[in-house]
Design a protein. Structure first.
Lengths: 285, 491, 314
C-alpha cells in the first residue's frame, strides 16, 4: 500500500468523522447555553431544600443537588459560564498574542524579537494555577479574574504560533513582491501575513478554547472561578464531592458535561486542521 | 535541631504501625497548626493539639466547660477578691526533666502580660497587678480589680504554664507538664505524641497518639471509611454522618460548641444602620432551611448571641421568626429602593459558604440582592474584621466561650454602638453575685435580639466520628481542645 | 557553540532576575497582613507591631527584596513566617512527596504512551489505530480531578485497594508509598499519556514519510521494520522535548490532585502558604518552580543546538 493510497480513503473518513462528531458535541453545548437564556427547566437561583439530593426522575431528568436545584438547569446555565470564560480568555490571548507574534516575526532576529520570545518563555515558566491562585488572592475570586488568569497564559501561545507561521511566510515570493512595492512591514503583516496564518489561529483557538474550559473547571473546582449563585461546572463538581458516595449523580453529570464539551472542541480542532492542511492529517500533538 | 526533630518524627512514623493499634490512636483534624506555641498565636489548631495533652494551666476546662483544678490543686481567694493564692501540684515535671515550680508560673504569666508579649489573648491577663512566688509550691496573684471570671480566664489555652528553660524552641518542640510528650511533626501531614511516663497525675491510657491533618471533607470521609484514621474530631461534612451512623464500624458523637453562628450585619453603614432593614433581614431568614440545607439538620436555632446549653440562655427565636411578607412590609416602611444590592462576604468554613448561599436565596425572595464574595481567612480578617469593616453581610461562628461582650465594643466589626448595652456589660464585669449576673446576661441577650443587631442563625454543633471501641473523647467542645488524656480503646 | 551558550546563559540569568522581581513584588502587594493572620481576631495593636518587627515586616519592601535575593543566591530560602522553620527544609520535605509523584506519573506516562503510540503508528488507519486515538482524545478531555474523584470512589472507598489520600512517609515502606501515590499518579498520568501517545504517533508518522525511510524501504525493509530500525530513534527528539515539558508541569501542576488526595506536596504548600500569607514561602517556592522550568528550557535549547548547528544562528 502506497502513501498516496493511505492518505485517501480511511483517513478522509476519519477526518470527516472528527469534524462531524466534534461539531455536533460543540453544537449541543452551545445550543444548551443559548437555550438557557430563553428557557430552563427550573430557576437555578431558587433553592428547594425539601427536594435536595434526589436522583434522576421525570421531574428532574438529571436529579437535584444539595440545595434541591435542578442539575440539568445548572448544567445548561453553567455552560454559559464555561463558554464565556473560555471565549474571552481566548480573545485576550489572540488580541495581545497575535500582534506580538506578527511584530516579532517582522523584526526576526532583532533584540525586539528576542525580548518578546524570552518574555513568552518567562510567562510559560510560571506555574499557571499558582498564578491564578495569586491573582484571585489579590483581587478576590470571580469569573473575571479567572478569565484574566487563563487569558494571560494564552498570550504566549498565540504569539508563538503566529510568529512561527509568519516566519515561513516572510521568505515567500508574494511577500517579497509586496516589499518591492514599498509596503512597510506593519502593513505587510496585517494585509498579507495575518490572512495567511488565520487558519493556524482558528485551529489553535479551538484547542485553547477547550483548554480554557478545562482550566475554568479546575479553577472553579478550587473555588477561584465564578461565584455563587452563578452556576459553574467546576464548582458543581467541588460541591458534589462529599456526596459522591451516596449521590454519585451529582458528580457524574457535570463531569460528563466538561468531558464531552472538551472532547467535542478537540475533535473539531483536529477536523478543522485536516480541512485546512491535508498534509497534517495525523491527529493533534 | 531540625535534623533531630525529623529523626524523632521518623521514629514515630515507624512506631505507629498497625501492630500497636490498640494502644495508639490516630485522630484526624481539619486544620494544621502553624506552630505549637499556644501562648503566641490565636490559631485554635494549636490548642487542639497541645491543650491538656502537652501543656496545662493553673486551672483547666472539663468536658462540660466547667473550670477545674489543673497545675494548681487548690486556691484561696482573699475577701476583697483581689488576691488569689494558688497551691501547686506536687511532683510535676516538665518533659525535659526540669521541675515545675512557682517560678515557672511567674515566668509564664509575666511573659504573657509583658510589654513585648505576642499573646493573642493579652486581655485575659490585663487585670493582673502582680505575680509572685511565695515558695516553690505557692503562687500569689494580685489583681487590680475583682474579677469573677479570673479562674475561667486562667483555664484558657493561652494561659498555660511554660518553662523558661525550653521557651526558645516552644514553636517546634513544645515542652510542657502534660500527660503526653511531643514526639514529632511531619509538616503538612501529622503530629505525634507519646505517653509521658513520669506524669504527675492520672497517666494517659494511650501509649501514642497521632493527629493527622485532612482539610478536605471528601478526603476525610474516605480516610475514615478506609480505616486510615481512628477518629475525626469536628468532622466537616454533616451530610456524611448518616452513613457513619448506619455503619457498625463507626459511631457518631453529636455535641455542641460555643459557636454562635450569625449573619453579621454592618450596623455602621447603609443600609444596615437602619434597624428596620435589619429586622426585615431577620424575618426573611428561614433558620430551619439553613440548618437542613447547610448542616443537614444538625444545629440548634438561636435567637440571640448566646449558647443554648448555657443555663442563662433565653429563647428569643420568636422575635425573628420566618415571615417574608412582614419582611417585605418592613423594607417598604424603611423606604429602601428594591432590589437592594448588598455585599455578602463569606469565609472558608462550609457552614459559612453553604449557609451564605441559602441565606442569599432567601434574601432574594424579599428583594434584597446579596452579591456573594467567597474569601480566604486572610482577606476576611483584613477587610471585614479588622481594619476597614468593608462589608455589608458576613456569616461567621464566634467560638469563644462567653463572648457576648463583643457587642459592647463599638469599634468591633458589628459597628454596634448602644450605650445601654455597654452599660450592662460594664456592670457584669464587676458583678460576682450569680443571680444578678444571670439577670444582666438575660437583659443583654434581649437587647441584642430586639435591636436585630445580627441575624442569629444557629449554634454550631460538634460532630465527632470514631471507630467503635474508641472511648473517652469529648462530646462537646467548651474550648478548642482535643483532650486525649482520658481516651482509651475498649477491649 | 560557546558564544551561543554564553548568550543563552545570559538570557537565562536575565529571565531569572525579571522573574524574581515580578514574583516578589506581585506577592508582597497581596492584601492581608501575615502578622494579623497569625494572631487572630483578638490581637492587640501593640502585639501585632511586636510580631511584625520580629518577622522583619517593618523593613521597606525594596530592602526586603534584596535581602531575599541575596539569600537565594547563597542557597538560603529564608524562614517561614508561620512555621518559623527554614523554607529550604520545608521545600525539601514537600519534594519528598512531589518529586516521587512526578517521577511516578512520568514513568506511567511513558510506559503507557510509548507502546500505544508505536502500536497506533504501525497500524495506521486500522480499527485499533482509530479506537486508540479515540481513547486518547477522551484522555485529553477528561478533567483529571474528576477522574481522581471517581477513582477514589471505586478503588479507595468501595474496593479499598489503595489509600484514599495522605502520605504515610517513606519509612512506612515502599508498599505504603505505592498505596498512597498510585491513584494520584494515574490521575496525573492519564492526560499526559494521552498527549504523549499522540505525539509519539505523529512523530513516527512524520519520520516514516522522510526520504531516508523511503530509501530504506526501497531497499526492501517492510514498513514495520523501517519503523523499528530507523523511525523510532528519530522520533525520540520531539518526544523527549514533550517529556521534559511534562515533567516540569507534573512537578507544579499536581496542585489540584494533591488537594484531592491531601498529599503534603509542593502544590499544597503553596496553597496553604498563600492563604496564611506566608509570603516568604510563596515567593521561594514559586521562584524555585520557575527556575526549574527555565533551566529545563535552557538545557533543551543547548541540546538542540548541539544536534542542529543551524539553530545557533537564529
Amino acid at each position: 500500500m502506497s502513501l498516496a493510497e493511505e492518505t485517501s480513503t480511511t483517513a478522509m473518513a476519519l477526518k470527516n468523522r472528527n469534524l462531524l462528531l466534534g461539531g455536533a458535541l460543540t453544537a449541543v453545548f452551545l445550543g444548551a447555553a443559548l437555550l438557557s437564556f430563553l428557557w430552563v427547566p427550573y430557576d437555578v437561583t431558587q433553592l428547594d431544600i425539601a427536594n435536595k439530593i434526589k436522583g434522576p426522575s421525570a421531574a428532574h431528568w438529571l436529579g437535584t443537588d444539595h440545595y434541591g436545584r435542578d442539575i440539568l438547569a445548572m448544567i445548561m446555565v453553567g455552560a454559559r459560564t464555561s463558554i464565556a470564560v473560555a471565549v474571552v480568555a481566548v480573545g485576550i490571548g489572540m488580541l495581545a498574542g497575535v500582534p506580538l507574534g506578527l511584530w516579532a516575526a517582522a523584526r526576526r532576529g532583532s533584540l525586539l524579537d528576542e525580548v518578546i520570545m524570552r518574555g513568552n518563555d518567562l510567562v510559560f515558566a510560571f506555574p499557571s494555577l499558582v498564578i491564578a491562585v495569586m491573582i484571585t488572592a489579590a483581587f478576590g475570586p470571580s469569573a473575571t479574574n479567572a478569565i484574566i488568569a487563563i487569558g494571560i497564559f494564552n498570550i504566549p501561545v498565540f504569539a508563538r504560533i503566529t510568529r512561527s507561521g509568519a516566519l515561513t511566510l516572510w521568505s515567500r515570493d508574494f511577500i517579497l513582491a509586496a516589499r518591492v512595492a514599498g509596503k512597510g512591514s506593519a502593513r505587510i503583516s496585517f494585509e498579507h501575513i495575518l490572512p495567511n496564518v488565520l487558519n493556524l489561529l482558528i485551529v489553535q483557538g479551538t484547542i485553547q478554547f477547550s483548554l480554557g474550559i478545562l482550566a475554568e473547571a479546575g479553577l472553579s473546582y478550587v473555588g477561584l472561578g465564578a461565584q455563587p449563585p452563578i452556576p459553574s461546572w467546576g464548582r458543581m463538581l467541588a460541591d458534589s464531592q462529599t456526596f459522591i458516595s451516596f449521590a454519585p449523580h451529582m458528580a457524574l453529570f457535570p463531569g460528563l458535561a466538561i468531558l464531552l464539551t472538551v472532547l467535542g472542541l478537540n475533535l473539531m480542532g483536529d477536523g478543522l486542521r485536516d480541512l485546512f492542511d491535508p498534509k497534517l492529517r495525523r491527529g493533534r500533538t | 535541631m531540625k535534623a533531630k526533630i525529623s529523626a524523632v518524627a521518623l521514629a514515630a512514623a515507624m512506631a505507629a504501625g498497625p501492630v500497636l493499634a490498640q494502644d495508639s490512636l490516630t485522630v484526624a483534624l481539619q486544620l494544621e497548626p502553624p506552630h505549637l506555641d499556644p501562648t503566641s498565636a490565636a490559631a485554635g489548631a494549636i490548642d487542639q493539639v497541645v491543650y491538656a495533652n502537652i501543656f496545662e494551666g493553673l486551672t483547666r476546662f472539663g468536658p462540660d466547660g466547667s473550670v477545674n483544678p489543673g497545675l494548681a490543686s487548690s486556691w484561696e481567694i482573699s475577701e476583697d477578691g483581689l488576691t488569689y493564692t494558688f497551691h501547686l501540684v506536687e511532683g510535676a515535671k516538665f518533659h525535659d526533666g526540669t521541675d515545675f515550680e512557682a517560678t515557672d508560673v511567674v515566668f509564664s504569666l509575666d511573659r504573657a502580660r509583658g510589654e513585648d508579649s505576642v499573646n493573642a489573648q493579652k486581655t485575659l491577663f490585663a487585670g493582673i497587678e502582680s505575680v509572685e512566688a511565695v515558695d516553690p509550691a505557692t503562687v500569689k496573684v494580685t489583681l487590680s480589680a475583682p474579677d469573677g471570671l479570673f479562674l475561667f480566664k486562667m483555664a484558657w489555652g493561652d494561659a498555660v504554664i511554660v518553662a523558661p528553660e525550653s521557651i526558645d524552641d516552644i514553636k517546634t518542640a513544645p515542652v510542657g507538664t502534660g500527660a503526653f510528650t511531643f514526639d514529632g511533626w511531619v509538616q503538612g501531614d501529622s503530629i505525634s505524641l507519646a505517653k509521658n511516663p513520669d506524669y504527675w497525675g492520672e497517666p494517659a491510657m494511650l501509649d501514642a497518639a497521632t493527629f493527622k491533618y485532612i482539610s478536605d471533607p471528601t478526603a476525610g470521609f474516605a480516610a475514615m471509611m478506609a480505616g486510615d484514621v481512628d477518629a475525626f474530631v469536628a468532622f466537616p461534612a454533616p451530610e456524611n454522618l448518616p452513613q457513619f451512623d448506619a455503619d457498625p464500624r463507626f459511631k457518631v458523637l453529636i455535641g455542641s460548641t460555643e459557636g454562635e453562628t450569625i449573619l453579621a450585619m454592618n450596623n455602621g453603614r447603609e443600609p444596615f444602620s437602619n434597624k428596620l432593614v435589619r429586622e426585615a433581614v431577620a424575618h426573611a431568614i428561614n433558620r430551619q432551611d439553613i440548618i437542613d440545607g447547610a448542616m443537614f439538620g444538625y444545629g440548634t436555632p438561636i435567637g440571640t448571641f448566646f449558647a443554648p446549653h448555657n443555663p442563662d440562655y433565653v429563647d428569643l427565636t420568636g422575635l425573628s421568626d420566618y415571615d417574608p411578607e412582614k419582611s417585605k412590609a418592613l423594607l417598604e416602611e424603611a423606604g429602601v429602593a428594591l432590589p437592594l444590592k448588598v455585599k455578602m462576604t463569606l469565609p472558608p468554613p462550609s457552614y459559612a459558604r453553604r449557609g451564605g448561599e441559602i441565606v442569599a436565596a432567601q434574601l432574594r425572595a424579599v428583594g434584597i440582592e446579596p452579591e456573594i464574595e467567597n474569601v480566604e481567612w486572610a482577606q476576611w480578617l483584613e477587610n471585614t474584621f479588622r481594619n476597614a469593616h468593608d462589608y455589608d453581610l458576613t456569616i461567621i461562628s464566634h467560638t469563644e466561650p462567653m463572648d457576648i461582650n463583643a457587642y459592647a465594643n463599638p469599634d468591633y466589626y458589628f459597628q454596634y454602638d448602644n450605650p445601654a448595652f455597654q452599660d450592662v456589660m460594664a456592670k457584669l464585669d464587676v458583678e460576682s453575685d450569680p443571680a444578678v449576673r444571670s439577670e444582666l446576661l438575660k437583659s443583654a441577650q434581649t437587647m441584642l435580639a430586639e435591636d436585630y443587631v445580627s441575624g442569629f442563625l444557629f449554634e454550631l454543633p460538634l460532630h465527632t466520628v470514631a471507630k467503635t471501641g474508641v472511648e473517652g473523647l469529648w462530646v462537646n467542645m467548651p474550648t478548642q481542645a482535643t483532650d486525649l488524656t482520658g481516651v482509651y480503646w475498649e477491649k | 557553540m560557546l558564544r551561543y551558550t554564553l548568550t543563552r546563559f545570559l538570557s537565562l540569568c536575565l529571565s531569572l532576575a525579571v522573574a524574581s522581581v515580578v514574583i516578589f513584588f506581585a506577592i508582597e502587594v497581596l492584601p492581608g497582613d501575615p502578622a494579623s493572620i497569625m494572631l487572630g481576631v483578638n490581637a492587640q495593636p501593640d502585639t501585632l507591631a511586636a510580631l511584625r518587627t520580629e518577622l522583619g515586616l517593618d523593613q521597606p519592601m525594596v530592602a526586603r527584596y534584596f535581602a531575599w535575593v541575596t539569600g537565594l543566591l547563597q542557597g538560603d530560602f529564608g524562614i517561614s513566617y508561620t512555621y518559623r522553620t527554614p523554607v529550604a527544609q520545608m521545600i525539601a520535605d514537600r519534594l519528598a512527596v512531589s518529586l516521587p509523584l512526578a517521577l511516578f506519573s512520568l514513568a506511567l506516562t511513558v510506559v503507557i504512551a510509548f507502546p500505544v503510540g508505536i502500536w497506533a503508528a504501525s497500524r495506521r488507519g486500522s480499527v485499533s489505530d482509530v479506537s486508540i486515538m479515540g481513547l486518547t482524545q477522551l484522555g485529553v478531555a477528561i478533567p483529571n480531578f474528576w477522574f481522581a474523584m471517581l477513582m477514589v470512589l471505586v478503588f479507595a472507598i468501595n474496593l479499598q485497594w489503595f489509600s484514599a489520600g495522605g502520605f504515610a512517609g517513606w519509612d512506612a515502606g515502599l508498599l505504603a508509598v505505592l498505596k498512597s501515590l498510585t491513584l494520584p499518579a494515574i490521575a496525573l498520568a492519564l492526560p499526559q499519556a494521552s498527549i504523549l501517545a499522540r505525539v509519539m504517533r505523529s512523530a513516527l508518522l512524520d519520520t516514516l514519510s522522510e526520504d531516508f525511510i523511503r530509501t530504506a524501504r526501497a531497499k526492501g525493509l517492510t514498513r514495520r521494520q523501517a519503523l523499528w530500525r530507523h523511525a523510532l530513534r528519530n522520533a525520540l527528539i520531539p518526544v523527549l522535548t514533550i517529556i521534559g515539558m511534562q515533567f516540569s508541569f507534573l512537578l507544579a501542576g499536581g496542585i489540584i490532585i494533591e488537594n484531592v488526595f491531601y498529599l503534603p506536596g509542593l502544590g499544597r504548600l503553596i496553597f496553604q502558604a498563600i492563604s496564611a500569607r506566608d509570603l516568604v514561602v510563596v515567593e521561594s517556592v514559586v521562584m524555585l518552580l520557575v527556575f526549574a522550568v527555565i533551566l529545563v528550557n535552557f538545557l533543551v535549547e543547548l541540546a538542540y543546538a548541539a544536534v542542529d548547528p543551524r539553530l545557533r544562528a537564529r
